[in-house]
Design a binder for this molecule. Structure first.
Ligand code: ADP
Length: 431
């Protein structure tokens, strides 16, 4: 109905009422009383209609509209239309929420929505299965009460959204999970849990294979090396035609032994079989010792400087850290000319502390950086082999750092030099 028509109808009703009252007043000679009576009647009628409207609003159904005409009819039909639109919007929203819940429930990865305090708000079916969450019991609980991995509280607190935490599934140690956090809304987070059991098992098969092959090669190589050494010591083999091949055989056998030893160490580190025997490592002292050792061994080496700007110690394995940092320093020396500089630095950077090995040598081109810590990856394999490199050094460094919860960062530009940073988190530092 045209809203103007309802309004006009009401207007004419009032005019009619007033004119009627005036006419009755003129007939009886008591205009004021009749006018008052008319207005009282009009007010009572409106009051009654307001009360009906109020009752109807309790459950506004189109079929139950009490008045269909006039201004009141207009009001009812407008409210009905607004109400119908609202209901349609709600239905669409509910459909959307249902679809969203159904699609996230179908995801193979566990998804847990957490509020800003890390309490569980919602989770999907996969989270139920992978993390053992139970709707009735766990909604509203802090997630860290339910996931009992020692690193999980720090993982949640740090909110480092690039970080991945690998752990076994709660209540099922044969299942491996990869956890990551994704921010959303106002401080909320999604925890995504991916089942990586198959990948983990394949990795283990590959690791075991390499470790077994390396182990099997160890004895034959020792035997070959022993015989070559014996032959080299034998006077009958001093002849130039035999001496040179024997020297090459000894060199290659020793290189193969070094590769086998590095592969076995890497396999142990990867499997986490050599967990850092947790001691307190005085990094400043360790860096000074490495610098002295390198200066003593290589007199033609670039100038080696040691800068210790932090008193913090690292919770870790001194042997592993010593060998990893030595590896970085030896690499720096090899790739820096004799008139260059290599700096070993230990400093605090905010909450973290960093070991830096900086050189101003040849540097590494950007395309090699993403792969440089892969086993056997070399920028120049010919040169690496020439100086006895196995191509496993940086892979070992990366794994030692991983076992110490430290990150290995590499910044390098060709012609300007390289900077290798081992960054230790607060949780593994001692003041
Ligand atoms: P390698 O036994 O060949 O030294 P690594 O794993 O230790 O194996 O190093 C991998 C490659 O990274 C090296 O072959 C070298 O090309 C490059 N590299 C490592 N450290 C440096 C450095 N400080 N400056 C330039 N290149 C480097």
């Amino acid at each position: 109905m045209n809203p103007r028509a309802g309004w006009l109808e009401e207007f004419w009703r009032i005019v009619l009422l007033v004119v009627g009252a005036l006419f009755a007043g003129w007939l009886t000679g008591n205009t004021t009383v009749w006018l008052l009576l008319a207005l009282t009647l009009y007010t009572l009628r409106n009051l009654y209609n307001l009360q009906r409207l109020n009752r109807w609003l309790g459950e506004p159904k189109v079929d139950d509209i009490p008045i269909h005409f006039g201004l009141w009819g207009d009001i009812y039909s407008r409210i009905s239309r607004v109400n119908a639109r609202q209901q349609e919007r709600e239905r669409r929203l509910n459909r959307l929420v249902d679809e969203y819940v159904a699609s996230t429930s179908a995801l193979p990865d566990g998804t847990v929505a957490l509020d800003a305090q890390g309490r569980i708000r919602w989770f999907n079916d996969a989270a139920r299965r992978l993390l053992g969450l139970v709707t009735a019991k766990d909604i509203g609980q802090p997630l860290q009460n339910l996931l009992r991995h020692p690193d999980f509280p720090a993982f949640l607190r740090q909110r480092d959204y690039g970080q991945i935490l690998e752990t076994s599934a709660p209540g099922d140690s044969s299942r491996r999970l990869e956890l990551r956090l994704v921010p959303y809304g106002d401080g909320q987070m999604l925890l995504l849990a991916q089942d990586i059991t198959a990948r983990f098992q394949q990795d283990r098969v590959r690791r075991d294979f390499v470790a077994n092959v390396s182990h099997e090669l160890r004895t034959p190589l020792t035997v070959i090396s022993g015989f070559v050494e014996n032959l080299q010591a034998d006077e009958r083999c001093m002849d130039e035609r035999l001496a040179r091949p024997l020297e090459l055989m000894a060199q290659q056998a020793s290189r193969m032994r070094q590769i086998v030893e590095d592969l076995l160490l890497l396999a142990r580190l990867e499997a986490g079989q050599t967990p850092p025997s947790l001691g307190t490592v005085d990094v400043g002292e360790m860096l000074n010792m490495i610098a002295d050792e390198c200066r003593a061994v290589r007199t033609d080496a670039p100038q080696i400087t040691c800068e210790v700007g932090s008193n913090r110690k690292v919770r870790g394995d001194v042997k592993q850290l010593h060998s990893a940092v030595s590896n970085l320093v030896v690499n720096a020396i090899h790739h820096t000319p004799a008139d260059g500089h290599v700096t070993l630095r230990w400093s605090d950077q905010g909450d973290t502390s960093v070991i830096e090995v900086v050189d101003d040598g040849e540097g590494i081109a950007a395309e090699h950086l993403p792969r440089i810590t892969e086993r056997f990856y070399r920028v120049d394999s010919g040169r690496s082999r020439e100086r006895g490199g196995t191509g496993l050094g940086l892979a070992i460094v990366k794994h030692v750092m991983r076992l110490h919860h430290a990150g290995l960062e590499i910044v390098s530009h060709p012609g300007e030099g390289s900077r290798f940073l081992c960054r230790f988190p607060r949780s593994h530092l001692i003041d």
